[in-house]
Ligand binder design. Structure first.
Ligand SMILES: *[C@@H]1O[C@H](CO)[C@@H](O)[C@H](O)[C@H]1NC(C)=O
Ligand SMILES: *[C@@H]1O[C@H](CO)[C@@H](O)[C@H](O)[C@H]1NC(C)=O
Ligand SMILES: [Mn+2]
Length: 591
């Protein structure tokens, strides 16, 4: 009995020592990634308490409970409407804001919005020790209540101990309230919020820089001036930065409808990208991202307006290029810099922020010529190496634009030993060229589509618009009748009406289904077509049906393929045999 007790004690002691050693080794390894050490490289790793890695539930259940009970106009993110009596100001305010500002004035600044996060976000814990935050909100003539609602939502939905300050950067607004009335309002009602007033119109980029310079928090979070932060938005943005200060994190951006202020998701996430005219685009999530819907996933570029970055890393990267004017291209500049110069960028699905997408931009053109083009050229010249030519191919006048002095930016790239753009394209945006090829392949075929069973009949779009059905008509070739019978089978594997971005779309799975014109989405699916040159078939969809017609009824449709049918055979006026033979590889071309 005694012997047993002794050996049991020995065993316990041994186990305890093993556990302690394991924990210590784990902590030592882990310490090297802590923000505390990274923020100041001069301080050697110091022993942290064993609770440093502790995770806690950051939800503010009291506030959630209180929000759940709110009722009234726009509460819970429901669509709201003005009564006919309230519409007096509607037109005037809509015109200067690009959204329904009169309605905004009817909605509480602290309204509740629905918690639409993935359900696993609701039980997720985050590091107890997170860095402090400065929220920076640049604005130019933002409407009073949308600006204040932005600040109020930050305050109400952020842990007070993490939120150091909110800085509203007034970019030389001309609206009355943006000066003293705003300062007074903030001083009385929102002590954590202050406004800085720029002495001249500086543009979005320089306004953000001015805010960042004034900020004292460890992490900078940039927000647009008409946003609303959702439940527990802050910890998911901060944790990846606490673990590695060279990480930039973006929230999911939800939609606040410009007319009704309804709050809804735009989708369940996508990776940021661009096409070669520098339009912001999105790429699908990767299979491994889909397996972890509450975990941050890597994104090649940010949408631009909403992101968190450590102040240390932001300034190591030189902030934004100060030569960028007004707006445009800054999201690419910062994203390329982050990736190429040793950082990473993530989207955090559990952090959601609503944003009013305006109906139109209400501000006049600043009268500075093609400043967006000049910005793009700066970004291209400094960061994109040989890939810059693909932008210039589409916008040849960029070659003539003067990007200004870029020696400082080039020196920064040297100094930080930033990687080439080719590395970014092959490692981070590796699937971008599939969807947005630097050099677009030609068409598989184009011209008239003539039936072989009834050779005087051709496919005819009849000058129709979206959502209208495509039919057949007498072939117009060689006659002077105006006709709409010219189509391309593009490398996207869709059929487009010449001169329009309308595609042949079949959404009906019946045995006999209409073909409708719908804006081309380049995603195959409903718009996928293949031309089989041997059988002379136009095949639609992955479970293919064949293009067919009923000449008497003048009807065009897709139906089950039939080797013996004559009306299913079509002659396509011009085809590229090389491309057709290489069908499966087209669209996979990476140059
Ligand atoms: C049809 O469109 C192509 C370009 O897609 C053009 O080259 C061709 O001349 C057009 N054909 C007719 C008959 O207009
Ligand atoms: C057919 O496509 C190939 C590959 O894209 C291209 O090189 C060739 O010029 C095209 N031929 C014609 C006649 O357009
Ligand atoms: Mn905006």
């Amino acid at each position: 009995m005694r012997r047993n007790l002794k050996s049991l004690l020995k065993f316990c002691l041994l186990s305890a020592v093993t556990v302690i050693i394991t924990v210590l080794v784990y902590r030592m390894v882990d310490n090297n990634f802590g923000l505390v050490n990274s923020v100041d490289n001069n301080i050697l790793p110091h022993p942290k308490s064993l609770t440093d890695n502790e995770k806690i539930d950051w939800h503010d259940y009291k506030a959630i409970e209180k929000d759940s009970k709110r009722v009234g106009t726009g509460e819970q993110g429901a669509a709201a409407y003005l009564t006919s009596l309230e519409r007096a100001n509607y037109e005037k305010l809509f015109r200067v804001n690009g959204f329904n500002a009169a309605l905004s004035d009817k909605i509480a600044l602290d309204r509740a919005i629905p918690d639409i996060r993935h359900k696993s976000c609701k039980t997720k814990k985050y590091l107890k020790k997170l860095p402090s935050v400065s929220v920076i909100v640049p604005f130019h003539n933002e409407h009073w209540t949308t600006l204040l609602r932005t600040a109020v939502s930050v305050i109400n939905r952020s842990p007070a101990e993490l939120l150091k300050e909110i800085i509203l950067v007034d970019d030389f607004s001309s609206k009355e309230f943006s000066k003293k009335p705003l300062d007074d309002y903030l001083a009385t009602n929102l002590p954590k919020v202050r406004a800085i007033h720029l002495p001249e119109r500086s543009g979005l980029i320089r306004a953000r820089l001015a805010g960042a310079k004034a900020a004292t928090g460890e992490v900078l979070i940039f927000l647009d001036s008409h946003t609303e932060c959702n439940v527990n938005w802050l910890p998911p943005l901060l944790e990846p930065i606490a673990q590695d200060y060279k990480v930039c994190v973006c929230p999911f951006i939800d939609v606040i409808a410009f007319e009704t202020f309804e709050y809804r998701a735009q989708d369940e996430g996508a990776r940021g990208a661009f096409d070669w005219e520098f339009f912001y685009k999105r790429l699908p999530l990767l299979p491994e991202d889909l397996k972890h819907p509450a975990e941050p996933f890597k994104s090649p570029v940010m949408a631009g307006g909403l992101f968190a970055i450590s102040s240390k890393f932001f300034w190591e990267l030189g902030g934004y290029d100060e030569g960028l004017d007004i707006w445009g291209g800054e999201q690419y500049e910062l994203s390329f810099k982050i990736w190429q110069c040793g950082g990473e960028m993530y989207d955090a699905p559990c952090s959601r922020v609503g944003h009013i997408y305006r109906k139109y931009a209400p501000f006049p053109n600043p009268g500075k010529g093609d400043f967006v083009g000049r910005n793009y050229k700066r970004v291209a010249e400094v960061w994109m190496d040989e890939y810059a030519q693909y932008l210039y191919m589409r916008r040849p006048h960029y070659k003539m634009l003067d990007p200004g002095d870029i020696t400082k930016q080039k020196a920064l790239r040297e100094r930080l030993h930033c990687k080439p753009f080719k590395w970014f394209m092959t490692e981070i945006a590796f699937d971008l060229p599939l969807k947005y090829p630097p050099i677009e392949p030609g068409d598989f075929g184009f011209g008239e589509i003539r039936n072989l069973g009834v050779p005087e009949i051709c496919v005819d779009a009849g000058f129709k618009e979206r959502d209208q059905v495509v039919g057949i008509a007498d072939c117009a070739k060689g006659t002077d009748i105006k006709a709409d019978q010219n189509f391309s089978l593009t490398w996207h594997k869709d059929i487009r009406v010449k001169g329009k971005t309308l595609c042949f779309d079949v959404s009906d799975a019946n045995d006999k289904a209409d073909i409708t014109l719908y804006p081309c989405h380049g995603q195959e699916g409903n718009q996928y077509w293949r031309y089989d040159i041997e059988k002379q078939w136009f095949l639609h969809g992955g479970n293919p049906r064949c293009l067919d017609c009923e000449p008497g009824a003048k009807k065009l449709f897709v139906t089950t393929c039939d080797e013996t049918s004559k009306t299913q055979k079509w002659r396509f006026e011009n085809v590229n045999l090389t491309m057709l033979a290489d069908w499966n590889n087209v669209g996979k071309l990476i140059t």
